[in-house]
Design a protein around this ligand. Structure first.
Ligand SMILES: Nc1ncnc2c1ncn2[C@@H]1O[C@H](COP(=O)(O)OP(=O)(O)OP(=O)(O)O)[C@@H](O)[C@H]1O
Length: 342
């Protein structure tokens, strides 16, 4: 196990920002810390980096306690939200920073800078001023700078959140590809589900300083450990249900479940896409009354009233979306469901 966080607590006066967190990141693994603003994820990352001293617990690398190892001797690379590039240095000067600190020979520095710039898609940018780069290009330079000295762990704190949505999506895909190709071990902090799920081998969901669940992205998404995790991951309603012979049933209908789920009671988490307008002859559909209709880009989002359940969300094709007051038949879409323990 490369990185091990053992019972780490960080307090600021009376405030406990991180509370007894145990976590490990294996060699070559990318782990995303995901949680709402203020849940303590940056503080935990800073404790791993050595920028924050834990009040209790230990950060270890290959079993060795790093308490007395200062930031610059941990051999960790750091990338922050805003890049924090040196404005008076050109791109090459920024990327070579860690290599200069280590006393790497000039020729070797230039070769490594060129290699890293190619890797992040900025080949030939050596002499460009960083102040004249776009936000996305600046983050690529920050990434190249962090990776240049071959860090044993890359720490990424919201590396894409200053960018606009389209660029963020593209850079997340590029970054995921780059981390895999270079077999980089990384700890990523983000509040963005898509980013965490695109990049991470495992996701750790945090709330109020504690870890709520750690698992593979699909597992955390489909099988949240608690209602808190389910709601954070987009479930807007949680209703009682039952699994029998690979089918989950609840007051809103039935749907096949993926994977091996034992028969018995469950709670069913419903995302906005869990209910859709049923086909004409579709079996197992329920009837509901439309309360509200909002047009989105790809579909219409309905608020519907279901007898004995209450008001829940549903989706309909834009062209045929029923009006408020209309009666509508709805079926469950397994892709919009999560199963929680009772
Ligand atoms: N240096 C500090 N001194 C006092 N309180 C702090 C300090 N740093 C963070 N905190 C507090 O600790 C808590 C956790 O903050 P942290 O920045 O780790 O959360 P976060 O999950 O990373 O949030 P965000 O996504 O908004 O950055 C917050 O309540 C914050 O106000």
């Amino acid at each position: 196990m490369a990185l091990q966080v053992d019972g780490v607590t960080v307090r600021y006066g009376d405030l406990t920002a991180v509370s007894g967190v145990d976590l490990s990141v294996a060699d070559g693994e990318v782990l995303a810390l995901l949680g709402p603003s203020g849940c303590g994820k940056s503080t935990l990352l800073r404790a791993v980096a050595g920028l924050e001293r834990p009040t209790a617990g230990a950060v270890r690398w290959d079993g060795r306690d790093l308490a007395d190892v200062p930031v610059h001797r941990r051999e960790f690379g750091l990338v922050f939200q805003d890049g924090q590039l040196f404005p008076h240095r050109d791109v090459a000067g920024n990327v070579a920073f860690g290599l200069r600190m280590r006393g790497t020979a000039k020729g070797e520095q230039a070769a490594r800078v060129a290699e890293l710039l190619d890797l992040v898609g900025l080949g030939g940018y050596q002499r460009r001023r960083v102040t004249e780069l776009s936000g996305g290009e600046q983050q690529r330079v920050a990434l190249a700078r962090a990776l240049a000295p071959h860090p044993r762990l890359l720490l990424l704190d919201e590396p894409l959140s200053a960018l606009d949505r389209a660029l963020r999506d593209q850079l997340a895909v590029d970054l995921a590809d780059l981390l895999r190709r270079t077999a980089t071990t990384a700890l990523l902090v983000t509040h963005d589900h898509d980013e965490a799920f695109t990049l991470a081998d495992r996701v750790a969901v945090m709330s109020a300083g504690r870890l709520l669940q750690v698992g593979r992205p699909a597992e955390v998404w489909r099988r949240p450990a608690s209602e808190e995790v389910a709601r954070f991951l987009g479930c807007t309603s949680v209703v009682p249900g039952r699994v029998e012979d690979g089918v989950v049933s609840c007051a809103l209908g039935g749907a096949p479940v993926d994977g091996d789920v034992p028969a018995g009671p469950v709670r069913v988490g419903l995302r906005a896409t869990a209910l859709r307008v049923a086909a004409e002859q579709e079996a197992g559909a329920i009837t509901a009354e439309v309360v509200q209709r909002v047009h989105r880009r790809e579909h219409a989002r309905l608020l519907v009233r279901v007898p004995e359940v209450g008001t829940v969300e549903a989706t309909a094709p834009v062209a045929t979306a029923p009006e408020p007051g209309a009666s509508v038949r709805l079926a469950l879409d397994p892709d919009g469901l999560a199963l929680l323990p009772v």
